[in-house]
Design a protein around this ligand. Structure first.
Ligand SMILES: Cc1cc2nc3c(=O)[nH]c(=O)nc-3n(C[C@H](O)[C@H](O)[C@H](O)COP(=O)(O)O)c2cc1C
Length: 342
């Protein structure tokens, strides 16, 4: 646990603390290949909270990672279930069996009975919301809290920027359910203002990549250190015949090759040289394994450098405990300043 005063913060984040069962409701969001036991345990041991990323790993491997994390920390942590992953239902079953205290649903829309199943295991259930319609549906399905993620975030993103979601959802729902804000948060000062707006906590991804305990390859972290906010762009889609699920990542050679591939495929479609299904398959195949190549092997030219626009606010690698301490210190000072001003 880091040592920091939270007298002002405590007035705002009690519901976030209670839901997660932690000292500081600051979440390190699940990041495939990145959020593995060591990082998750380091964050939890610092008094904050983290989710193990499931990606589409074999269910046995997930069970091993949960067990491994439990050997590194006695603090609560979550698993992040991606509803569109082929192994999703097996992951849900595993999370329920393992009696995890918090289960996070991400990806698209979980079914009501899946949320009920997670809740029946005794877990607190959080669901991502990237539109107001999704947020409303998740509250109706009985989730215990929402993670509002704007499209400035890293990884797979929804269609709406954070500030719109804050006005559509945070302002409407924060009395009913605790709301955590993800995407675009990199500083304690920002966290303070989000708490003032009604958030119960925050979720950060990109900033936690830049920690000593994060396993990402040094090349990956170096790209993050050098990048500006404008370098973290969403993957392009040129034609609705070839839909692309938008992912925010740093531009690199892979991004350009992906764009060229789409244009070539569209030309072939126009010329009647290819079936749409075959072209779509090539689009979907392109990024398979690309995040692993970048994060684990350090191929930053062709791999996927998933990053939020917060990448423009980070250029230092530091220990997790120091990062948590910095966030809390800066947020507490900002609330003090505001209290004095008022
Ligand atoms: C490299 C990377 C991988 C990610 N993978 C996942 C994932 O597997 N599941 C998920 O729900 N979110 C994923 N995210 C999103 C994060 O959990 C988090 O919500 C997001 O990074 C917050 O925005 P920020 O990067 O601006 O802090 C990923 C983000 C990054 C940067």
């Amino acid at each position: 646990m880091v040592d920091a005063s939270t007298a002002h913060l405590d007035k705002f984040w009690q519901r976030g603390k209670a839901l997660l069962g932690v000292q500081y409701p600051i979440m390190c969001g699940a990041m495939t290949w990145v959020s593995e036991p060591r990082l998750v345990a380091a964050v939890c041991n610092a008094g904050a909270f983290a989710s193990l990323a499931c990606g589409n790993m074999p269910p046995d491997e997930l069970a091993r990672q949960v067990a491994h994390t439990r050997t590194l920390t006695d603090k609560p942590f979550a698993v992040n279930l991606i509803t569109v992953a082929p192994n999703y239902l097996a992951h849900l079953e595993m999370a329920v069996q393992a009696q995890l205290p918090v289960i996070v649903f991400a990806g698209s829309m979980p079914r009501e009975q899946e949320i009920e199943k997670a809740k029946a295991s005794g877990a607190q259930v959080l669901a991502f919301a990237s539109t107001d319609a999704l947020a409303k549906r998740m509250v109706r399905y009985g989730v215990d809290g929402l993670i509002l993620e704007g499209m400035e975030a890293g990884g797979h993103v929804g269609p709406v920027v954070g500030p719109i979601l804050w006005q559509q959802i945070l302002f409407q729902f924060s009395e009913r359910v605790p709301v955590f804000i993800a995407g675009g948060v990199a500083t304690g000062k920002m966290m303070a203002h989000l708490l003032l707006m009604g958030a119960s906590g925050v979720q950060l991804g990109t900033r936690f990549v830049m920690t000593d305990e994060c396993v990402a390859h040094p090349n990956f972290k170096e790209e993050f250190r050098r990048a500006q906010a404008r370098d973290a762009v969403t993957s392009p889609q040129f034609d609705s015949r070839l839909p692309v699920i938008p992912v925010r990542a740093l531009k690199n050679k892979g991004t350009l090759t992906f764009a060229k591939l789409q244009l070539e495929l569209l030309q072939k479609l126009d010329a009647g040289e290819m079936e749409r299904e075959a072209a779509q398959m090539e689009v979907e195949r392109f990024w398979i394994g690309a995040l692993r190549h970048a994060v684990i092997e350090g191929d930053v030219e062709h791999g996927s450098l998933m990053a939020g626009q917060t990448v423009g606010l980070v250029d230092e690698i530091m220990p997790v405990a120091l990062l948590v301490k910095e966030l809390i210190g800066d947020a507490e000072r900002e609330l003090e300043r505001i209290a004095r001003t008022l």
